[in-house]
Design a protein around this ligand. Sequence first.
Ligand SMILES: [Zn+2]
Length: 306
Amino acid sequence: MVKLISCYVVCLTTLLFGTAGTTLAQSGSAFQIRAVQGNVHMLEAPGGGGNIAVMSGPDGVLLVDDRFDQDVPALLQAVSEITSAPIDYVINTHIHPDHIGGNNQLAAHGVTILAHDSVRIRMLEELRIPRRGGIYFDQPPAAARPVITYSEGITFHLNGEEVQIFLSPPAHTDGDSFVYFTESDVLHLGDVFRTNMYPIIDRYNGGSFLGMIEAMGLAIGMAGPETRVIPGHGFGVSDRAGMLEVQSLLFELRARMQTLIDQGLTLDEILAAAPTADLDPRWGQVASWNATDLLPIIFEELTAVQ
Ligand SMILES: [Zn+2]
């Protein structure tokens, strides 16, 4: 049995990728493996985007997100450095290609994919994401679709703890799941929480800036002093203080925009005034999404509710 299990990653990699897979495995993982807490590891993705949680133990292996299709060999290699057991489950936190891209290959080898209802529904057509002004991705293959979906949430009882998965308020998208490993005391918040850039509000997929404020409040309310938090994007494991920093940013953005709106400025005038110039060095250094992408969304939401 042990031999069979330990064969899984090597055999699967060889089966899928032949000698190229072997070369990749020999060259080492492209993911940075970080022990988080309890049963949970973090696979920090190259560039800090599309970070994965790996929960492992005697009952099985559960992943949160699986990055891009082409990252599967490196993903399998990284998981094999944590456990010799095969992957049983993947939870997709939301629809974006850097979080669902591994589904197709993993499902073909018996991994069960789960996600919120809206993630599966959005897989029925081509995908559009907000970066670089709104770029398209091909419709994912049918085999990539979650085979189990939920409307509010679902709970795993695995490896001596509950894994609570539940729908966040509309924030990054309208199908964002939070995952809480209760005994390990680890949260994976998907892309509702990113520590290296301004929050992305995906209006193509039901995202909301004001919803993100609500979602961060919910997440912070769940966290204790020892809780460790995996950001969807960002480097390293974060915590409650890291979430409070992001919440402060959200509050600051809302307050600044509201002040300028109350002064009667148009969106063009607000953008010309560069109201986030002091925040941009910390949060606005990712070219595909910066303040000029985010501020119009905040403007629209704040003026819509007046
Ligand atoms: Zn995303």
